[in-house]
Ligand binder design. Structure first.
Ligand code: GLY
Length: 395
């Protein structure tokens, strides 16, 4: 038989395919993440204070000091989530035990109805626990958490109330971040057969689509609603540069959120929304070449502004999922790879530093001068999620 291609060409093509497939070095990235997280477990033990037993989960570094938060903090579920992702990758009893230990400390949030952050807290921790272990106990926690979150839905506004605080500024504030909490509700319907959770999530997604977005598909951070009529009272920011600017993490929450809504509903309007958000983000002239955005696309001193690695990690993870649904899939896949390549080479903490955080260079809230250019537990969480999505990628 005569071969169409020479052996040398076949070897060259195979090598190139292999190089392409290994563009992101997952093994190396997880090795760094595991080494850092082992250090973090030691640092947490040292930082735990008997006088403040409620402080249990590492969030960031404050002037180089490890900051632990209580389970009620919106970020409390990310460290347990990091541990579950390490367990998913390595499948060892050690990671599982650590993940379970920190998850157990968050569970009580299932009845805390004072915030919308239930998804971040309970789904990133207990949600992953259930996905990986199938435990009936975790399932019950997820369902109770969804019931509690549902109490914040107002049929007159059609949305879940985000914050109980800041009443001096807003009557009924709803933030774009809230899209991320819908996953818990969609999942609760799948687990119970009770469609009311799913319906609330759809109402929230539709109302947010109507009121949070500008014609160019960038989003406002905070929309204030009249709780009795549903009328929009204000379109503002809280963590962005200005009311009319595009706060980077907010754009990332929207991209990830509408992609996830499409997963559960298969409604093409959500796919279109996610495509349009992606277009805004990646066509933006202020998006740097390495695809790790500045903290706000309209920050005034670009390029001399801090980056937000957390926004990049959320975008990468969302893009891997969106690339499986969208006509622009291969472009999104390449962009997600570029983000992961950047994060895993230029934004990782050298092993043994940063008290065990995995990534450096995130920005929490620049306007409050809070958590600027620091590690943040949610950057680490979505980075590992994106690495796993890359590793397990199937179109
Ligand atoms: N959910 C708050 C933030 O993204 O900073």
């Amino acid at each position: 038989m005569k071969l169409k291609y020479s052996i040398a060409t076949i070897i060259l093509l195979a090598t190139q395919t292999c190089v392409f497939a290994q563009k992101v070095n997952v093994k190396k990235a997880f090795k760094q993440a595991a080494a850092q997280t082992k250090l973090m477990l030691q640092e947490v033990e040292k930082a735990v204070d008997a006088a403040k037993p409620e402080l249990i989960s590492p969030r960031t570094l404050d002037n180089g000091k490890l900051k632990l938060v209580a389970s009620r903090d919106w970020t409390s579920g990310f460290f347990p989530g990091v541990l579950w992702y390490l367990d998913e990758y390595y499948k060892t009893d050690e990671w599982k035990a650590a993940a379970r230990k920190f998850t157990t400390l968050i569970e009580k949030e299932k009845t805390n109805g004072t915030t919308h952050d239930m998804g971040f807290k309970v789904f990133c921790s207990v949600g992953n626990a259930f996905r990986l272990t199938g435990s009936a106990h975790d399932k019950a926690v997820i369902i109770e958490a969804a019931k509690t979150l549902a109490t914040r839905f107002n049929p007159k506004t059609g949305v879940i109330l985000s914050w109980d605080h800041s009443r001096d500024k807003w009557v009924n504030p709803v933030i774009i971040d809230n899209m991320m909490n819908l996953e818990l509700l969609f999942e609760a319907t799948k687990l119970t057969g009770d469609s009311s959770f799913h319906k609330i999530a759809v109402s929230h997604a539709n109302t947010t689509m109507k009121n949070h977005f500008r014609p160019d598909f960038s989003s406002y951070h905070v929309i204030d609603y009249d709780p009795n009529t549903g009328a929009v009272l204000k379109k503002n920011t809280h963590q962005g540069y200005s009311h009319e600017s595009a706060w980077a993490r907010g754009q990332a929450w929207g991209l990830y959120g509408y992609t996830m809504c499409y997963r559960y509903t298969k409604n093409p309007i959500y796919l279109k929304q996610a495509d349009s958000i992606a277009k805004f983000i990646f066509d933006h002239p202020n998006m740097p070449k390495d695809l790790v955005p500045y903290w706000d696309f309209n920050a005034p001193q670009i390029p001399n502004e801090p980056r937000d690695a957390s926004a990049a990690a959320v975008m990468a993870s969302g893009l891997y999922e969106l690339s499986r649904y969208s006509n622009q899939g291969s472009d999104y896949y390449e962009k997600a790879n570029q983000i992961l390549k950047s994060l895993s080479t230029d934004y990782i903490a050298p092993i043994g530093t940063a008290k065990g955080f995995i990534l450096l260079h995130s920005t929490g809230s620049k306007p409050s001068n809070s958590e600027v250019d620091v590690p943040l537990n949610y950057a680490d969480y979505y980075y590992l999620e994106a690495l796993l999505r890359y590793k397990n990628y199937k179109r």
